[in-house]
Design a protein around this ligand. Structure first.
Ligand code: C5P
Length: 235
């Protein structure tokens, strides 16, 4: 899944309460939006049908389902996702989960499996509260290693850890980074935020941006500005 078009570097998170609202944003974005993320909020309220429609329109689809279950259940779930059609599917970056997902994907050439390393809403203190004392960056690298060993295609990691992942795994793993905020935008609940240009400089292949675009007064202007920042950073 090499970004054929630079606009594909930007994955727009459709974190919206209805498929209708999501379609309004998609229409407003036009060519500024070529890759869309469908997650929990949209999934039960028409998100699956919306994924099919996006497939039909030639848009790319990131299914952020973050599967986390016993390997056999993940394997069967991923087989069903292949029947739906998508470009990226997320699962938690644990060995059995990743192996089940890769097994379930089988020979499907389109669907790429990405392991979620450490959510970008977590910092060292939140890990510690959850009983995890490992250094956050080491935990990201450990989980990236699980992804590489299982034969997954990439990882989701904050841009703050992206350069360490890139240095350790080279091109063996693609990197998608959420927690991206253009200068001047609020962080919302994200703790490890970086700008689009910094995320690209850190080695991210794709950036996931939600609220700064879908909650903007003018989503198309917001997306266009981020696309321009990405294009400049790639030069
Ligand atoms: O609105 P915002 O730009 O913060 O949205 C980021 C999106 O990326 C959300 O849909 C969130 O679920 C997702 N995400 C994340 N951190 C991860 C994995 C996914 O923020 N590690």
């Amino acid at each position: 899944m090499h970004p054929g078009n630079n606009n594909d570097r930007l994955i727009i998170a459709l974190d919206l309460p209805s498929a209708e609202k999501a379609e309004n944003i998609i229409d407003a974005l036009g060519d500024e939006g070529t890759f869309y993320k469908i997650g929990y909020q949209l999934m039960p309220v028409g998100g699956i049908d919306l994924a099919r429609r996006l497939n039909g329109q030639g848009k790319k689809v990131f299914l952020d389902f973050k599967f986390h279950d016993i390997g056999a259940t993940v394997e069967r779930g991923v087989k069903s996702v292949c029947a739906l059609g998508g470009d990226i599917l997320t699962v938690h970056a644990e060995p059995d989960v990743l192996k089940g997902a890769v097994q379930g994907r089988g020979g499907d050439e389109r669907l790429k499996i990405f392991g979620v390393t450490v959510l970008t809403s977590l910092d060292q203190e939140s890990l510690s509260r959850a009983g995890v004392e490992m250094k956050l960056e080491d935990l990201v690298l450990k989980r990236a290693e699980f992804a590489a060993e299982a034969g997954a295609d990439g990882v989701i990691a904050s841009a703050r850890e992206a350069s360490a992942v890139r240095a350790r795994f080279g091109d063996a793993l693609k990197i998608v980074t959420p927690g991206v905020r253009p200068k001047g935008a609020g962080a919302d609940d994200q703790k490890r935020v970086v700008t689009p240009a910094d995320a690209i400089a850190a080695g991210a292949d794709h950036l996931v941006v939600g609220r700064p675009i879908v909650a903007a007064q003018n989503p198309q202007d917001a997306a266009r500005a981020i696309q321009a920042e990405i294009a400049t950073a790639l030069r």
